[in-house]
Design a protein around this ligand. Structure first.
Ligand SMILES: [Zn+2]
Length: 347
């Protein structure tokens, strides 16, 4: 039986902008944390300690040793056992605050399941590592009028902005089209420092708390972009007039939510113990030499005129072709294959 502690949220209530009313609203809220990595673990912990009533943790991956440098809810036992991130996070969060209802979802989010997984949530924290998912969430948020807080961080730089799910501007006013595969740095190719991801996740949660505690007038309408290494802070205006024809918030053409793009069918079993992931966009041309250069620091790389291959271990490798197709050998798990492509190719 849970025994509410009268003192648990005292300091948060004392903060006048939240007060008793704001705290009550926080405790009535349902927040989904999408992705339980560097941003998601920190965001989930802050939301849990703040007393959000229900938190859904959505992630398809298992805990790996390379996660521990920055993903604060996990420990050596989790990495050794290779437990799912969503389950490990919820177990730890229950120890932190057993008043919160925690819902783990070990799932590869896509157009076919987003309705069920996010239905009824008040706000989504974007702690993902790829653009197709963000485009999908953007469509879903606009179609349901749900707020979400975009966050991204690679290296020592990141950015944050809350999109309220009503009329624009939306995420596609900021990023109109999917970047081609292999162009964007990822944490797995360019590295990342834990202090930067903690800071970006904290900024996301600050915007989220403003939103759910009825302090919406304090939510920033600019993209806050910070380069922590070079000490640069930029606030980027994002007004509807910048994208008068936005396909998502103006035309309300939700191509990612319909599954026209980035459908589950983009992944296919490819022979025995291999999965092929097609690029979400047509006409892709990968610079294989550049990709090979990025992978040099990651593992053993094999290059030919036709493909570049990254070996993770003796049995698992990722082969990337010039047209953007990727084949992950050594698994028949589509979610794991997709995760490796997102992390090491970047989509
Ligand atoms: Zn838009």
């Amino acid at each position: 039986m849970n025994q509410p502690s009268p003192d648990r949220y005292a300091r948060q209530r004392q903060f006048a902008r939240i007060g008793h009313d704001g705290q009550h609203r926080i405790e009535q809220s349902d927040v989904a944390v999408l992705g339980c990595g560097a941003l998601g673990t920190v965001a989930a912990e802050l939301l849990c300690r703040a007393g959000v009533g229900r938190i859904r943790i959505i992630d398809r991956d298992v805990v790996e040793w390379t996660n521990l440098q920055r993903q604060s809810l996990f420990d050596c036992d989790d990495a050794r056992a290779g437990v799912s991130k969503a389950d490990a996070a919820c177990r730890r969060l229950r120890q932190i605050n057993d008043l919160v209802e925690l819902v783990p979802e070990v799932i590869d989010l896509n157009a076919g399941n987003i309705e069920r997984v996010l239905s009824g949530t008040d706000l989504v924290i974007d702690a993902t590592d790829n653009f197709p998912i963000r485009f999908l969430v953007n469509d879903w948020a606009l179609s349901t009028g749900t707020a979400w807080v975009h966050g991204g961080c690679v290296g020592a730089a990141g950015q944050v902005r809350l999109f309220d799910g009503s009329a624009g501007p939306c995420f596609r006013c900021l990023v109109p089209d999917l970047p081609p595969p292999g162009i964007i740095d990822t944490c797995d190719t360019a590295g990342v420092i834990g202090s930067a991801t903690h800071a970006i996740a904290s900024l996301q949660v600050t915007e989220a708390i403003k939103w759910i505690s009825a302090n919406r007038q304090f939510v920033s309408d600019q993209v806050l972009a910070i380069d922590f290494w070079n000490n640069k802070i930029r606030q980027i205006d994002l007004t509807p007039s910048l994208s008068p024809h936005c396909i998502a918030c103006v035309q309300r053409n939700f191509e990612f939510l319909r599954g026209d793009k980035f459908a589950a069918g983009d992944a296919a079993m490819c022979g025995r113990n291999a999965v092929q992931i097609s690029p979400p966009q047509q006409g892709v041309s990968i610079d294989l030499e550049q990709m090979a250069g990025r992978w040099q620091a990651v593992g053993s790389v094999q290059s030919t005129r036709f493909f570049v291959r990254l070996h993770f271990d003796e049995s698992t490798h990722l082969t990337l072709f010039r047209d953007g197709r990727a084949v992950v050998q050594g698994t028949d798990d589509v979610a794991r294959a997709r995760s490796l492509v997102d992390r090491f190719v970047g989509t």
